[in-house]
Design a protein around this ligand. Structure first.
Ligand SMILES: *[C@@H]1O[C@H](CO)[C@@H](O)[C@H](O)[C@H]1NC(C)=O
Ligand SMILES: *[C@@H]1O[C@H](CO)[C@@H](O)[C@H](O)[C@H]1NC(C)=O
Length: 240
């Protein structure tokens, strides 16, 4: 009798932990992705896949933005020693000067974040648009853009573990945490490197729309989701 009630309590506890209820109030509908020359492909296309899945269940709009409002290229601004050409260009349609109405902005990382002149326009855009957003999400070294826009000051955040020293220099007043796959602090979500963007976005979907919707998206894309605190790369790169 006693054992079964312990088991029941334990299982109820487990179920509660994976049954996040939707946030009350109006849901975000308009999601922008801010591109700049030299963004990382999976930082953009991974979350775009999760947004696509969300769009089969909820009414949302996804917009790609770039400085010129026409296109954006993933080509690194400095080629690596191999001299490979692994570039691709996507059409955007919205510029930072004339953005669509946005409730959410996703900021990817990539080698282009190291090109100060190249990311200056997106840093300005983030600084200007953040006060009117419901949520902002960075992937990978995109956290350096949020830090340079000043919006991580006083907040907990994470970023790509291999690029940790480079990114964290931009946020002296940020409470950087290298033991995280992704972190939410108030309305700011930051994720670890590259593939972590998908886990962060699925975590964000769960936070906003609840577990059933997030699980539906996750299963639809056959993604093995990793939780917010489940990260092995900080250790791999000697950060803890
Ligand atoms: C959205 O997903 C939830 C959870 O799986 C489901 O109950 C609901 O019917 C779905 N709504 C639509 C419009 O597909
Ligand atoms: C790299 O590939 C892109 C697209 O395939 C092409 O437009 C560009 O000219 C190529 N660059 C070089 C240096 O070959």
């Amino acid at each position: 009798m006693r054992i079964s009630s312990v088991i029941t309590t334990f299982c109820a506890g487990l179920a509660a932990a994976t049954n996040v209820q939707p946030q009350p109030g109006p849901k975000p509908q308009n999601i922008g992705i801010a591109l700049f020359k030299g963004w990382q492909p999976l930082d953009v296309f991974g979350p775009l896949e999760a947004f696509w899945g969300l769009g089969t269940n909820q009414s949302i709009n996804v917009y790609l933005l770039s400085e010129d409002g026409v296109s954006s290229e993933i080509k690194p601004y400095t080629p690596f020693a191999t001299n490979s050409n692994t570039s691709a260009t996507v059409l955007t349609g919205y510029s930072y000067a004339n953005p669509p109405p946005l409730d959410v902005l996703l900021v990817p990382g990539g080698v282009g974040t190291r090109n100060d002149a190249g990311v200056a326009p997106v840093i300005d855009f983030v600084k200007n648009v953040y006060p009117s957003l419901q949520y902002i999400i960075s992937v990978c070294t995109g956290a350096s853009i949020l830090a340079r826009a000043g919006i991580l000051d006083g907040k907990r955040a994470t970023t790509n573990k291999r690029a940790w020293v480079w990114v964290t220099q931009f946020g002296q007043r940020v409470r950087w945490n290298p033991k995280a796959r992704y972190i939410r602090d108030r309305n700011v979500w930051t994720t670890s490197g590259v593939s972590a963007g998908v886990d962060g976005v699925l975590g964000w979907i769960e936070y906003v729309w609840g577990s059933a919707v997030a699980t539906g998206v996750e299963n639809g894309m056959e993604w093995n989701r990793v939780g917010a605190n489940d990260d092995k790369f900080g250790k791999l790169y000697g950060l803890w």
